[in-house]
Ligand binder design. Sequence first.
Ligand code: ADP
Ligand code: MG
Length: 413
Amino acid sequence: MKFDDLGLSPETLKAIKECGYEEATPIQAKAIPLIQMTRDVVGLAQTGTGKTASFTLPMIDALSGGRAKMRMPRSLVLAPTRELAAQVAENFDKYGKHHELNHALLVGGTSMGDQMKLLEKGVDVLIATPGRLLDLFERGSILLNDIKILVIDEADRMLDMGFIPDIEKIVSLLPPTRQTLLFSATMPSEIKNLTTKFLSNPKEVSVAPPASPAKTVEQFLVHTHPKGKDRILMRLLEQEKVESAFVFLNRKRDVDTLGKFLKNKGFPAAALHGDMPQVKRTETLEKFKEGSIEILVCSDVAARGLDVKGVSHVFNYDVPMSADDYVHRIGRTGRAGAKGRAWMLATNADEKFMDAIERLIKKKLDVVEIKEKKKTEKKIEKPVKKTQKKRSGSDGGGADCLGFGDDTPAFFK
Ligand code: ADP
Ligand code: MG
């Protein structure tokens, strides 16, 4: 569907055009009209299908009429991780660039001075992780009585991270007459309960069976043994035309170890996991988005929902213990119609988890035999190509559409 037919404001349409978008994605086409009618909406769609714009676009128009009062934000977006919250903020920046709206970003692990000053003055959109928000609320720094729109984004991830009690608490602090929107890739029963409890007569829109991987991702399986994984991975990194890749592991300490190992072997790799200091996480992510780091070795929590352009590959160094996680992991590639390749390294011990994954995605992965790289082969014969181009969120538009890659991480205007 054309954006022009969605009844968005000329300013918003202009910003969308500048991002190079031609058509609304299916979830956008379905959710936007309902949100415009001030309905409560549950939006279910695979990762990478443009859920963020589904709520940011109509919200920008809805909020453009009014003004925020001191310390009383007018709308609230809850996101599970700092990175995802920052991404939502970026979306408000790029789609709202022709509006006068402002927003504050409240996430753990960063200094809050500027954001608190903004809040004091009044913000249109408050974007926050649940823990940080409650913390500040309890200190009396924020008033939530003027929230007219609440968005719970990446709800299934909130569940995985144990945020449901925090969310329940936050919702109980909000005015009962408000519009509530909930977006998720999957719909576990706990999320279903949340919608029954906190949404009023919600309309559910879904565009693909939950937890189904994008069709644009080719999926392969390599059988190996635990000690062979490093060498298989190196072999794959050399053989495949890797532009940039996520490598997923199940344990944080293994993330560090593998990150260092690959770096020592000459790969442009770095580690990302939840125990790293926030400054380091942001820096690593920025480098990955710019292209100076091409291989991001990470844990599930660090990478869920991250939207990075040009990710050609996902390598599952470990088989995830939850089948849903597999779908999320491989959803880092093949985004917005691009092609991607996902590789899984599995050992005999992973059989049970592999079965669960193949049951969920309703297909068997293509088994490929890969010879381990010999221990004696020290040098990389064909190092991954060194591209320096920026790719974060650059949807073919101008510099304003760059996310973290843009030098001005202005999460507010
Ligand atoms: P989700 O939250 O569903 O995982 P995102 O909102 O992060 O997905 O969007 C994924 C990518 O698709 C982003 O890079 C975004 O800029 C891009 N995108 C969103 N809407 C469109 C559109 N209508 N046309 C083209 N690209 C889009
Ligand atoms: Mg999202």
